[in-house]
Design a protein. Structure first.
Length: 238
């Protein structure tokens, strides 16, 4: 089985911390983010990973090489900014399995097995998205699904403080997801341009997992001190 990790972003919100080191190589609790992610993926049967790289590609490829933590590594380098969708489209040229995993490169997750997403995935589904419960949805994109888990709506970041299920940045896609990519476009967003156009996406809702997006300094600092958490996402912590 194969997977894509999106790690080509500029990481501007992290400032000097990620100026010379890709986010995926930042150390958290004695391991790089990439090592944490590869542990999740290998436990679910993944043996090959494509790193969708761009910014700091040379640093990433030099430090990671073609094998890392026992996993075969390949690269899909962006020659220009492609957005999340364009990066996946570019990396899918090297993906042969269906389904396959996609992870955002700034996500940490513990207390959860990606095999649960494989168990949830059924023939005819285009994808299963990890949906994590947080008490404050404002920093994240919200996922609204029905009782069967079928996704009804995606909401961009909102200004209202309330609890809800948000996009966990972990996906399991069938190869058919490519049919929803905007035709003839290299640069596009999964969240804005693809997900709303797909009718058979499902959410796997989770309430008791250790999950955090380290894309901003305060969450990175928190993760370095506390990850893995005691069965609650960062959004529960003040």
């Amino acid at each position: 089985m194969e997977a894509i990790i999106l790690c080509g972003g500029l990481a501007t919100r992290l400032g000097e911390t990620a100026k010379t080191v890709p986010k995926v190589l930042l150390e958290i609790a004695g391991k790089t983010v990439l090592e944490w992610q590869l542990e999740l993926l290998t436990e679910a049967g993944v043996t090959q990973v494509v790193l969708a790289s761009g910014h700091l590609h040379d640093v990433l490829s030099e430090r990671v090489g073609v094998s890392y933590a026992g996993v075969r590594i390949r690269y899909a380098k962006e020659e220009k900014r492609l957005g999340t969708g364009g990066a996946i489209q570019n990396a899918m040229r090297q993906i042969r399995t269906s389904p396959f995993f996609v992870l955002n490169g700034d996500i940490l997750l513990a207390g959860f097995s990606l095999r649960e997403m494989l168990d949830r995935f059924q023939q005819g589904m285009t994808g299963v998205l990890l949906s994590v419960h947080v008490p404050d949805i404002r920093p994240y994109g919200e996922i609204v699904s029905d009782a069967r888990g079928k996704i009804q709506e995606f909401h961009e970041k909102q200004s209202i403080y309330r609890a809800g299920y948000v996009n966990g940045g972990v996906y399991l896609f069938a190869q058919g997801i490519a049919e929803a990519f905007p035709k003839g476009q290299e640069t596009f967003s999964m969240e804005r341009d693809v997900f709303p156009a797909v009718s058979n996406l499902y959410a796997l809702q989770q309430t008791d997992v250790s999950w955090i997006d380290i894309g901003v300094p305060e969450r990175l600092a928190y993760a370095r001190e506390h990850f893995p958490f005691s069965n609650f996402p960062y959004g529960s912590v003040k």
